[in-house]
Every structure is written in structure tokens, then in C-alpha cells.
Design a protein around this ligand. Sequence first.
Ligand code: SF4
Length: 340
Amino acid sequence: MKVKVAGTAGFCWGVQRALRALDSARAGSPPPSADGGRLLTWGALVYNGPVLLNLQDRSIASVDSAEQVKPGDRVLTRPHGMVEADRAAIAGKGGTVLDATCPHVAETRKTILRLAGEGRNLLVAGNREHDEVRTLLDGLPVKSWVISSAEEARTVAAEEPLALVSQSTFGPALLEDVEEAVRDRYPNVEIHRTLCGSTEDRQDETRGLAAEADVLVVVGPYHSGNARRLAEMCRETGKQTFHVEVPEDLPLPSLLEQARLARRQALMEKYAEDPDRLREATSDPARLDAEVVIGVTAGASTPPWVLQAVIDHVLSGTKAELVRGLPRDLAADRASGAKS
Ligand code: SF4
């Protein structure tokens, strides 16, 4: 058996950058006192249980209200940014904001401010509850509407002149449908593609991996939009997909059974016209096993050590050989001290 790991699996560069900012802020920090001087994150830095536990172990708490901030505290923003009212409230409490907004999100915000300055109202393809969307639309002097589907684009009561942008992680195919629906209703809309390349690369590579693999393992929090999207994309290819958060979630016997079934099915299709070749290819279980490919990918909020633990679990439980991997950033993440 072979295990192939997507090179784009795991933390995106925006998350890596925020974790590095946290490490730099922590290095050489004076010990916090009960009266303040703590290093805090604004909400969950990354929606991932093991990462949050790791931060807890390092005594880095998260707060979600300025009421919890004390004088001298330093509060790191999420990669999705922070609205001005929260920045002001933290400053009002004597805290300092450390800005870890992802440069891609900051760039989209700049584009939106320019469009608003030109008097264009904004349509945003995304999730209105998401922090990134709140940051993007914060305090605009124009009207804005958030839409999450082509259906919503067909019914939204927007007012021209209009511009359309998207949340960085919106699905590319879904965005095309939304753009088409918006263009039908508002032919003069100005469309700006603001998807994150990191997300698109990850999705493209996952599609390629799904084409090669017999079964797929997607590592990432169950509530993470981008990990769920990766799992959905894998399932859309008809491949059995296991979405797991940690190694213990992965049922190895079922993974093995599904992988062998899928490989046998693929060989039956390949040699449908050649029964001798089919018999030769499928009669020897060891030979069949040698052909099995297990694909592994991970969402943008999955830390390298969790991904590595899942890969190790698959390798030890299946006796498979790692023929492609590890993700290019794995070593760099470790070196940055993301876990330590
Ligand atoms: S997904 Fe893209 S935009 Fe979002 S934090 Fe990561 S790099 Fe930045």
C-alpha cells in the first residue's frame, strides 16, 4: 500500500504567520502579573482543539470581550482581523492590539475601502457570521449585503452601483455561480476576485489526489468550513472519505476494507474486457494490497503535529509506504516552534 500526502495539507501561510507572531510576542515577555501584562488571543486563534489546548498549556488565554482585558495586556488578532470597535475597546482598557491579520485579508479590505470610496455598494460572497466578513465590512460608508449562494444572489435586494467581492475561502465553483447570478441581475456590477490562492491550491491538489487515491483521509476540525469543504470535494469524486480530527478518530479496519474494495473495483473496470488480466491482478491479495493508494490531506487550521500523528497512525496500522509527502511546510512549522 502507498500513502500520498498533499503538499498543501495543513496550516495556510496566514495561520503560520499568526502563530509566528504569537511566538515572537511570547519570547522574552516579562512574567504576567494578576493585574495584567498577559499575552492573549482575540477568540480562538485557529479553530482547532489540539492547537487551543497547546496554547492553554503555554498559558496563552483567549478573550472575546474587551471587558476581560487588563492594563498592559497584549491581544493578538486572529488572521481574519479585528473590527475597529474592538480595537478601540481594548485600547480603552489599557491593552495593546498585536495585529496578525492575514495580508490577503488586509488587501481585500483595502480593495473594499477603495470601492466604497468610489461610492459603490458591496456584495460579499461569504458567511455573514464569519470574523473575516465582519472585518471586511466593518464601518463602511456604503451599503453592503452578504450572500452565500446563487439563490441568494438572485433574490438579494441590492442597490447599484455595486461591486462584488468574496470571503477568502469561498468555494471557487460556487463563486462562479454567484457571479453569474449577480451579473444577470446587475450587468454593471464590478467584480473583484478576492479568493485566497492558498485555498484554491489546496482544493486543486485535493481534486488531483482524489483522482489517484482509492480512499481519502481529510484531517481537520469537524466544524472547520475549509476541512469540511475538502471532505465534500473528495466525496463528490465517489471515493470513500474519512474526515478525522485526531488519529483515534480513524477506523483503520474500515479504511483498509474500503481501500481494498475500491482498488478491486478500479481493476474490474480497467480489465473489464480482459478476464485473464483481471484474474491475475486480483487473485493475489498481497499484489492487490501493493496497488492500494491512500490519500491524505488537511485543512488550513490543522497543525503539522496532528497531521503527522494521523500519517504515522495510517502508516503503522496499514504497513503502507509513504510515497509522497510530507507537506512542504511541515518542517518549517516545527522549526517555528508552533507546538513548543
Ligand atoms: S486561508 Fe488564505 S486568507 Fe485565510 S488566513 Fe489563510 S492565507 Fe490568509
